[in-house]
Design a protein around this ligand. Structure first.
Ligand code: 5GP
Ligand code: ZN
Length: 117
C-alpha cells in the first residue's frame, strides 16, 4: 500500500535503521542523510519516511509531507551554509532515478552548471 514500508526498498531500510547512513537531520516525517556517492562537496538526500516511488507520487498522496521534504532541503542548505545550491528530484529512469523511494538531492559547495547534462 502507498506509504507503507517496502521490504525491498533501500531507503525504507535506512529509515528503519537496518542499513547505516550518515544522518544529518531527522523530523517526524523525514530523514536527511549524506549520499554514499557524493557529486558535490555537499550532497545530502532528503526523504519522506513513508514509502512513495517518486516525488510526483509523494506530492499526490501526501502533499503536506512533500512540503516537509522541501522545507528540510532548505534546513540542510542552511546547516551546510550553502549560499547557492540545487534541489533535484530525479523522476523516472530516463532522468537518472535509481532508487524508487522519493528523495530530494541537495547539492552545493561547488559551481553548478546550468543546464545540467
Ligand atoms: P537517484 O539516482 O535515484 O536520483 O538517486 C539515488 C541516490 O542514492 C544516488 O545518488 C546514490 O548515490 C544514493 N545511494 C544509493 N545507495 C545508497 C546507500 O546505500 N546509502 C546512501 N547514503 N546513498 C545511497
Ligand atoms: Zn521505501
Amino acid at each position: 500500500m502507498a506509504g507503507e514500508p517496502q521490504d525491498d526498498c533501500l531507503f525504507c531500510k535506512i529509515v528503519a535503521g537496518q542499513i547505516p547512513a550518515t544522518i544529518v537531520r531527522e523530523t517526524e516525517t523525514t530523514v536527511a542523510f549524506r549520499d554514499i556517492n557524493p557529486q558535490a562537496p555537499t550532497h545530502v538526500l532528503v526523504i519522506p519516511k513513508a514509502h512513495h516511488r517518486d516525488a510526483a507520487a509523494l506530492a499526490a498522496a501526501e502533499p503536506a509531507v512533500a512540503a516537509d521534504v522541501l522545507r528540510e532541503t532548505q534546513a540542510v542548505a542552511g546547516e551546510e551554509k550553502l549560499e547557492s545550491y540545487r534541489i533535484v528530484f530525479n523522476t523516472g529512469s530516463g532522468a537518472g532515478q535509481t532508487v524508487w523511494h522519493a528523495h530530494a538531492h541537495v547539492l552545493g559547495g561547488r559551481g553548478l552548471e546550468w543546464p545540467p547534462g
